[in-house]
Design a protein around this ligand. Structure first.
Ligand code: AMP
Length: 284
């Protein structure tokens, strides 16, 4: 396995692979790899000749008061994980390599980027779109793998690739969860034992929503308020948002029908966690 830190070296390797007609699968990450990331890598391994994992904590997608500095990092462990999953190449650039001063060009996304996480994290998806675009231009993958855990990110990347005619196939991958239902996340490592227990409330509230829908509840506001009540019973949890939206357009729904996405962001202590549940309901 090769570890590459600079763009020029990447270009030479990628060019060589392209000459050999090797297909390239790409898994962009911010590192501190866990089983969620591993599931993306395994899928990429099955579908491509070469697998590239990028490890880059992207400063432009963090707000001024967010956890960029404290985001968990462990390159040694990440390298071992990638080796185990038979990754061909890790691209791990430093910030200067990705953003040499001065940088004027960004990729922005209207509409889809302003709701849900975008409402509380202004500029977040501009940072995500910009870095993913740069990474696509460097890695030039045939397929890129994104987790459904970041449902809004996935919709946005699919839209960006469509709108900008980027020649890559986006492959969505299901959410990987801990045994108790908590969606795996690098940020889970920052939870204290009490917070870790409290964090179960995210997936439990999504289970509650699912049960309500199974019992025939169709009102999005009823489902949202019951979820909110459940989360508020947990003293360590603060709801940032709970939204019930159309899974493709991300527009809010009054009644749950069609492709429904229930997405939430909750702070557990100082750690911001997200989760979601996607379902298809026939109109009654
Ligand atoms: P991150 O390192 O958190 O930026 O995540 C890198 C990629 O892994 C993104 O496409 C995420 O959606 C995906 N991912 C993170 N956690 C999970 C999970 N629990 N299940 C599935 N995919 C995940």
């Amino acid at each position: 396995m090769t570890i590459v830190e600079d763009i020029q070296a990447m270009r030479e390797i990628i060019q060589d692979w392209k000459h050999r007609n090797s297909s390239i699968g790409f898994v962009p990450t911010m590192g501190f790899l866990h089983e969620g990331h591993a599931s993306l890598i395994r899928k990429a391994r099955k579908q491509n000749d070469k697998v590239v994992v990028s490890i880059f904590v992207n400063p432009t997608q963090f707000g001024p008061n967010e956890d960029f500095e404290n985001y968990p990092r462990n390159m040694e462990n990440d390298t071992q994980q990638c080796d185990k999953e038979e990754v061909d190449l890790i691209f791990a650039p430093c910030t200067k390599e990705m953003y040499p001063d001065p940088t004027y060009a960004f990729v922005d996304i209207n509409q889809l980027g302003n709701s849900l996480c975008g409402a509380t994290r202004p500029g977040h998806f501009r940072g995500v779109c910009t870095v993913v675009n740069k990474l696509f231009n460097i890695v030039m993958p045939d397929r890129a793998y994104f987790g459904e855990k970041d449902a809004q990110q996935l919709v946005i990347i699919q839209q960006m690739v469509h709108d900008l005619s980027i020649p890559v196939q986006i492959v969505p991958c299901p959410i990987v969860r801990e045994k108790d239902g908590l969606a795996m996340s690098s940020r889970n490592s920052t939870l204290s034992p009490q917070e870790r227990t409290a964090a179960r409330v995210l997936s439990k509230s999504l289970e509650l929503a699912n049960n309500l829908m199974m019992q025939g509840e169709t009102s999005a506001s009823v489902i949202r308020s019951q979820m909110k009540e459940k989360i508020q019973l947990e003293p360590l949890a603060t709801v940032e948002y709970i939204e019930i939206v159309d899974a493709q357009t991300l527009t809010p729904l009054e009644n749950v029908k069609g492709d429904v996405l229930i997405a939430l962001a909750v702070k557990i202590g100082n750690t911001r966690l997200i989760d979601n549940y996607r379902t298809h309901l026939e109109a009654i």
